[in-house]
Design a protein around this ligand. Structure first.
Ligand SMILES: NC(=O)c1ccc[n+]([C@@H]2O[C@H](COP(=O)([O-])OP(=O)(O)OC[C@H]3O[C@@H](n4cnc5c(N)ncnc54)[C@H](OP(=O)(O)O)[C@@H]3O)[C@@H](O)[C@H]2O)c1
Length: 299
């Protein structure tokens, strides 16, 4: 993959993101197993393969591991982290959102410490808050930019209105939302605003949390087995796996919708990582894209 300029500007700098990032959410000491499943090795293999953006969050509880993995290679990395999502087993949703400025300032200091860096390249609000107006959160995040603790700002799990309001306070470099063949809400709900503001879309869970990697051709009826069969069949003509085709479909969104799109597949395996990187070069025909589109119309 082409290497990118990792000096992300506070505004929008598409090239700095690279074509594909590494979703680090699942990396844990506990996922280690041989050289293929060494979590530090997965991050380093990503950098070796030309990936620049490494995506973590305080809620993933692995910032120290990510910090260790990039040590000595800081200049090669566009380091992204997030704050605001707090696990709470005692409430029904399983998590709470804290986006008030004083919490955010503490969260950022803690992330910087765990990551072992002076600056986070891209700092996201992980989830919209019903309690704190987004303008307040973003104004406080912008102070972190002024202080050199954060280079650029991102939003995740927000509405188009949130994104627009946030952008009025400070440029929002990236919007991170789920985008896959089975989750296409972003297309109707957020893309018009993204196109207008020039925000880069970071597409998380591009294989539907791994489901599309497991696609097999079965004789079943219905949209899901139809999609799975199409992925396997199209993969067969490209000597690719079903998961690679699903990932390539997300890469193609950039041309289809004329917005910058950077998928961040997650993996705990070096061999899977290499397979995912290769999917960025998989060119699907218009007929193949149309066929895949027919299964997952935006809701
Ligand atoms: N902003 C948010 O709210 C939010 C929410 C969820 C995720 N994210 C971000 O998005 C990233 C990706 O999300 P995700 O991990 O849920 O979904 P994903 O990338 O769609 O799928 C990951 C799953 O696919 C498997 N996999 C990956 N590559 C494979 C391959 N080549 N062959 C076979 N299996 C493969 C992984 O298992 P192996 O480990 O065995 O490869 C894992 O179980 C996360 O790391 C995180 O950075 C953000």
């Amino acid at each position: 993959m082409a290497s990118a300029d990792t000096r992300l500007s506070p505004v929008v700098d598409r090239d700095a993101f690279g074509r594909q990032g590494l979703g680090a959410m699942r990396l844990r000491e506990q996922t280690a197993g041989g050289t293929d499943r060494d979590p530090v090795g997965v991050v380093r293999a990503a950098l070796d393969a030309g990936i620049t953006m490494v995506d973590t969050a305080d809620a993933y509880q692995n910032e120290e591991l990510v910090g260790r993995a990039i040590r000595g290679r800081r200049d090669e990395v566009l380091l992204a982290s997030k704050f605001g999502l707090v696990w709470r087993g005692e409430i029904a949703a399983g998590f709470d959102v804290q986006a008030d400025p004083s919490y955010m300032r503490q969260a950022c200091e803690a992330s910087l410490r765990r990551l072992g860096v002076d600056e986070i390249d891209l700092y996201y609000l992980h989830h919209r808050s019903d309690k704190t107006p987004i303008e307040e959160t973003v104004a406080a995040m912008a102070e972190l930019v002024d202080q050199g603790k954060v280079r650029a700002l991102g939003m995740s799990n927000v509405t188009a209105d949130d994104l627009r309001r946030a952008h009025q306070v400070h440029p929002i470099a990236a919007l991170q939302e789920q985008w896959s063949l089975t989750q296409r809400d972003i297309e109707q709900q957020l893309l018009p605003t993204v196109a207008e503001l020039g925000t880069v879309v970071v597409a998380h869970s591009p294989t539907s949390h791994g489901l599309l990697h497991q696609a097999r051709s079965t004789a079943g009826e219905g949209t899901e087995s139809g999609l799975h069969a199409a992925l396997v069949e199209i993969g067969g003509t490209h000597e690719a796996t079903a998961g690679q085709v699903a990932l390539a479909w997300v890469h193609h969104r950039q041309q289809v919708h004329a917005v910058p799109v950077v998928p961040i597949p997650g993996t705990t395996s070096v061999s899977h990582l290499r397979s995912n990187v290769a999917a960025a070069d998989l060119s699907l025909s218009d007929d193949e894209l149309r066929r895949l589109d027919s299964f997952g119309a935006a809701s």
